[in-house]
Design a protein around this ligand. Structure first.
Ligand code: HEM
Length: 528
């Protein structure tokens, strides 16, 4: 979920140099530094007071007070953790100004600690920028273990894990036709058409809101919250040097206070706007059935007020924030995978032509009869992991594992990036190989694991990714573009390393496979 444990280079440099006392020119600054350092030392000592006699897990050597802060890369920490893993193993322990942090580099460690011992590993750390400065502490992903989180999870499970709920699938199909039609009319803007799909479906599923065309104001608002929330998560040094959060806007070289103000405004408007529309529609009896309308009906009191509105609006808002960028990135990754592996497109199209023919568009009922297309969908999520560090967990009680003690209060990062590229489970891990998921196709057999098992939106996401991928394969050919010199333009494979890795468009050609395919799309859209 993080692009590193530190923020932008400028801000990181500032925080480290402040801690090292390197940039103080006035006595009062030194006094502030000494005071801060003393407090941190006490904090570090307090945190290291552990009951267990076992050693901490291995990790790079730490400096006094700052621990490993100076070794934290400003981005791609998951890759650094793989490097550390070669020296220290599956568990890598680092400390940042007294905050114990454990990175889990293997599936076995994640299954044992985060799954089997979930009772003590399921809380979330408080992240200053996210929860306080952006005021995003209401999102499910950051809630500490407890009653509110339990309610959020119940709401999300009900509306996102059971595929039959509220005709979700029909809403996905309708919006998929809109995406295909957009590609027909303006293929160069393919990334925009793909991005619109999960956003429009979630807004309809959650708030009963029908997104307007390609340029919907609520979709844009939500995208801004995802962007600022994702960026803000890289300002973790605010956790390590808490008093920095009080710095005002406008100081040279310090970007975060301005970003925080901007992001706070986005999230406030985003949380309120679609929610209030849904509530008004419910009260007036004009709304469409959706997640919030069902929850309003369940929580309506005799005096006309609603019970527990914070939980309803929190879970609803999180569904959009957690489900849009992730699902859109998965579909954009599919386009990239096909641009790099044209043989996979051919095989999948053959499967679709044999099973479905060319007289109709694919739909969800084809999921079981298109194993190769489904294998492509699974492989996309493994090949280019979307949340490389997942969402950080917080250990709430002292624990021991493999001869090491892990103190309560440790932040735990599952390194999904490393796990998905572990050759022990995924031979030739850098290759895009849907075949690995099909029984009997590889000599090693199907890997025992599937990525993304622990997300409440997994079932919903699997459905929308399948529908988009199968529909794109059935109706379009995706090919690299050719430059003026006649050579193929390489696709853009540079993911933006934020909390959720995202991908911009490649220069490519997306053309209808036939006139019939184009007319199927036009017919489907005209019947909406
Ligand atoms: C391709 C799409 C998606 C990917 C790759 C993905 C990935 C993940 C991952 C890795 C986690 C962290 C699990 C953990 O370590 O605790 C997570 C959590 C979460 N995801 Fe997703 N997700 C996707 C789609 C969705 C959708 C559609 C929703 C909408 C409901 C959603 C909502 C959430 C929430 C609320 C959490 C936090 C769960 C909790 O704390 O109980 N995600 N997701």
């Amino acid at each position: 979920m993080f692009s590193g444990l530190s923020g932008s280079h400028k801000d990181l440099h500032l925080s480290v140099s402040i801690m090292l006392g390197a940039s103080f020119r006035e006595p009062k600054h030194y006094a502030a530094f000494l005071f801060g350092a003393l407090a941190l030392l006490i904090l570090a000592r307090y945190r290291s007071r552990r009951g267990s006699t076992l050693p901490l897990p291995p990790g790079p050597p730490r400096l006094p007070i700052i621990g490993n802060l100076h070794q934290m890369p400003s981005t791609h920490l998951w890759e650094k953790a793989v490097e550390w893993g070669k020296q220290y193993g599956d568990l890598v322990y680092v400390e940042n100004v007294g905050i114990p942090t454990l990175i889990l580099n293997s599936f076995e460690a994640v299954s044992e600690l985060l799954v089997k011992r979930s009772a003590i590993y399921s809380s979330r750390p408080h992240i200053t920028m996210f929860s306080e400065l952006l005021d995003l502490g209401w999102t499910t992903t950051i809630l500490p273990y407890g009653e509110t989180l339990r309610k959020h999870r119940t709401h999300l499970h009900k509306f996102f894990q059971t595929s039959e709920t509220l005709n979700y699938l029909e809403i996905q199909e309708r919006n998929c036709y809109v995406m295909l039609n957009g590609l027909l009319n303006a293929p160069k803007g393919y990334a925009e058409h793909i991005r619109r799909l999960p956003s429009a479906v979630i807004l309809r599923n959650v708030y009963g809101y029908e997104a307007q065309g390609e340029d919907d104001p609520i979709v844009h608002l939500g995208e801004n919250v995802v962007r600022t929330g994702g960026e803000a998560l890289t300002y973790l040094f605010l956790n390590f040097v808490p008093w920095l959060k009080y710095l005002p806007e406008g100081l040279p070289g310090i970007a975060f206070p301005g970003k925080a103000r901007e992001g706070r405004q986005y999230q406030k408007t985003f949380r309120a706007t679609p929610y209030e529309i849904a509530k008004r529609n419910f009260i007036e009896g004009t709304g469409k059935e959706c997640m919030t309308s069902v929850l309003f009906a369940e929580s309506l009191q005799e005096d006309g007020s609603f019970n527990d509105e914070q939980t309803i609006s929190g879970a609803a808002g999180t569904a959009f924030l957690g489900g849009t960028d992730t699902s859109a990135t998965a579909i954009l990754t599919f386009v990239l995978a096909i641009l790099k592996n044209p043989d996979k497109q051919r095989r999948a199209q053959e499967e679709i032509d044999t099973v479905i023919g060319s007289n109709r568009l694919p739909n969800h009922s084809d999921m079981d009869s298109l194993p190769y297309v489904r294998a492509i969908c699974t492989e996309i999520l493994r090949w280019e992991v979307i949340l490389p560090f997942a969402v950080p967990h917080l250990l709430t009680e002292d624990d021991e594992y493999m001869g090491h003690s892990i103190p309560a209060g440790t932040w735990v990062f599952p390194n999904v990036w490393a796990i998905s590229r572990d050759p022990k489970h995924y031979p030739d891990p850098l290759s895009f190989k849907p075949e690995r998921w099909i029984p009997g196709e590889t000599k090693e057999g199907v890997p025992p694991l599937r990525p993304q098992e622990i997300c409440p939106g997994q079932n919903w996401a699997e459905h929308i990714i399948f529908l988009a991928v199968a529909s794109l394969l059935a109706t379009f050919n995706i090919e690299p573009d050719v430059g003026p010199d006649g050579t193929q333009i390489p696709p853009n494979d540079q993911f933006i390393p934020s909390a959720i890795r995202t991908l911009r468009a490649s220069k490519c050609r997306i053309t209808p496979r036939s006139d019939k395919a184009a007319s199927l799309i036009r017919q489907a859209v005209s019947s909406l």
